[in-house]
Design a protein around this ligand. Structure first.
Ligand code: ARG
Length: 577
């Protein structure tokens, strides 16, 4: 069953706005932030609001008097027991335990755990992963894949129509050098066994030769022109590079459980590039400069954007402009989101600015992240190829297998391996997703696999332990039916857990709106800790009838929330570890 909920923050914020309007009629409050948000510290109540500060500023009153007037005259919203005024005029909301309990009961039977389908009717295009053909996926592509996929899952869960588009770099000047190099240096057996590694080797050899051999350079250019003009042999070779690369990328995607709706490389937009140039010229945006065509962005304090090189070739930006125009027309998206590493910030600033000048109104966002540092010898940027990622994941699985063999020695080996796969992959993904994407992080096995820290295995263990509590209940009380008993929140630890559980919908909304999966990760870790305090300090199966069932219900909702949250991060939750 699915119930349509407003989140707690939404309900309280709406109430606040109406309360302020009623208490201060005639004041123009429309632009003021009057939001009610979850507290970070329970001593400030469950939710808090600093509306009194901004209203006071507008009305030239004392914040405390504003707060007092709201409390005296607006009463309390449904579910709120009391509102306290703290410090200079903060409003602290305390929810009623009974209301929390009834709300949790409704959430427990809701397939969406109270998360509203806020994106219904809206379309987002997520441009992520997007590696370059015939080149290894580097660490930036891996991060883009993991972060992009979490954003993909979050938006889908919120009801958005998501189009995940793998915008492959499958066109560009490297193909001239590659083709010439391939014909001269390629080892067919090595190519068959590991195409990307061999293409990389061939490319480097060809590139080095071009630096000392002018004839070689010209020959490579001629190969590129032939490709661009549709020469059958070169097209065929190009297609085979793409095919082989995709096959290797696909192996990684399958392992990471990542699926795309569209795989349109840059080449897809090739024949649209001349039209883009015409459009830019007709809009008076482009001008000649040393034979190249550029768009000056001085007013925006950006360096010029080159849209056609002096040799007539087009640029990365030209393709991206063509891509946006095409996406806007074909899919009418509300937003297009690009996930890449930090080195592309200037490119996206320039290209978004040009789009605005062309009248594109679609929301465009560049979500960038810092490059993750990896321990020496595991996976460095220079060697960060697909093969190495495979090895990283292999190592994660084998380290996880050791953990599982220790914690569940009696589990059949096949199941141990399957659990180790979930735990190992989860550890690698979570190490990435639990960090602020813009901070520089170093990956270490100890942190990624820590059973007592903020890691996927910790959360997966927490989930499995909760599932086992439910099994124990069923064993001991085979005819018991927790759903037939109301949820009770008499103990402060129960109440604290309930408050945390009911925050999930707002967290999911915020993590998606801010494009920050780590906000969801932080929440899940916090929830698991709150649960663990609760579980360790109140009797469970030994509690009296009624209380016992209520606690089993809290357990169930916690398990469902952890599972749903981890799945939104692309992490699986085995029932046993
Ligand atoms: N292929 C690019 C790279 O590897 C990333 C593409 C990102 N998407 C885009 N539409 N520009 O750097």
């Amino acid at each position: 069953m699915s119930i349509s909920f407003e989140t707690i923050e939404q309900t309280l914020s709406l109430w606040m706005r109406q309360a302020c309007a009623a208490v201060f009629p005639g004041a123009d409050l429309a632009a003021l932030p009057l939001n009610v948000v979850a507290t970070t510290d329970a001593s400030f109540g469950d939710y808090q609001c600093n509306a009194a500060m901004s209203v006071a500023k507008l009305l030239k009153m004392k914040p405390r008097d504003v707060a007092q007037a709201i409390v005296d005259r607006a009463g309390c919203p449904v579910g709120v027991e009391r509102i306290e005024i703290a410090g200079p005029g903060f409003l602290n909301f305390h929810l009623s335990a009974d209301w929390l309990a009834r709300r949790l009961e409704a959430v427990q039977t809701d397939a969406r755990l109270g998360v509203p389908a806020a994106g219904q009717g809206k379309t987002v295009i997520l441009d992520y992963s997007s590696p370059n053909v015939a080149k290894p996926m580097h660490i930036g592509h891996i991060r883009s894949t993991v972060i992009g996929n979490a954003l993909d899952r979050l938006h889908r869960f919120l009801g958005w129509r998501v189009l995940a588009d793998n915008h492959l770099g499958d066109w560009g000047t490297q193909f001239g050098l590659l083709m010439l190099g391939f014909r001269t240096f390629a080892d067919p057996t090595a190519y068959e066994a590991s195409p990307i590694e061999e293409l990389e080797r061939v490319y480097v050899a060809s590139y080095n030769r071009s630096k000392e051999d002018e004839n070689w350079k010209n020959a490579a250019r001629a190969e590129l022109v032939k490709l661009q003009q549709g020469d059958a042999e070169n097209r065929e070779l190009w297609r085979s590079f793409i095919e082989h690369s995709l096959r290797e990328f696909e192996r990684i995607y399958q392992r990471l459980n990542v699926k795309f709706d569209l795989v349109r490389g840059e080449s897809f937009y090739n024949d649209k590039l001349p039209g883009v140039i015409v459009m830019l010229q007709e809009n008076g945006l482009a001008e000649e400069s040393d034979g190249a065509l550029i768009i000056k962005l001085e007013a925006e304090k950006l360096t010029p954007c080159i849209v056609r090189k002096s040799d007539g070739g087009y640029n990365y930006a030209t393709t991206d402009i063509a891509t946006v125009l095409n996406r806007a027309e074909e899919f009418k998206p509300d937003a297009v989101i690009y996930v890449t590493d930090e080195r592309q910030q200037l490119h996206f600033k320039q290209f978004f600015t040009v789009c605005r000048k062309l009248g594109v109104t679609t929301r465009l966002e560049h979500i960038w992240f810092g490059l993750m540092r990896l321990p020496e010898g595991t996976f460095s940027t220079r060697e960060g190829n697909v093969i190495k990622l495979d090895r990283l994941l292999d190592e994660a699985e084998s380290r996880a297998l050791a953990l599982v063999q220790q914690s569940s020695p009696d589990m059949p080996p096949a199941q141990q391996r399957e659990v180790a796969r979930c735990v190992g992959l989860g550890a690698v993904k979570y190490a990435d997703l639990s960090q602020n994407p813009q901070s520089l992080v170093t990956f270490t096995w100890d942190k990624a696999l820590a059973l007592d820290g903020n890691s996927a295995p910790y959360l997966q263990y927490a989930y499995a332990r909760i599932a086992s509590v439910q099994d124990k209940y069923r064993e001991r009380f085979p005819v018991g039916d927790p759903l037939a008993q109301p949820i009770q929140l008499a103990d402060p630890l129960e109440r604290a857990l309930a408050v945390k559980l009911l925050r999930f919908p707002d967290i999911v909304l915020r993590a998606a709106a801010n494009f920050r999966p780590n906000q969801l990760a932080d929440y899940l870790f916090d929830l698991a800790q709150t649960y663990s305090t609760f579980y360790q300090n109140v009797p469970f199966l030994k509690a009296e009838a009624g209380v016992r069932e209520s606690r089993v219900r809290l357990c169930d909702i916690t398990a469902k929330t952890l599972r749903c949250g981890l799945n939104l991060l692309g992490i699986e939750t085995p029932d046993r570890i």
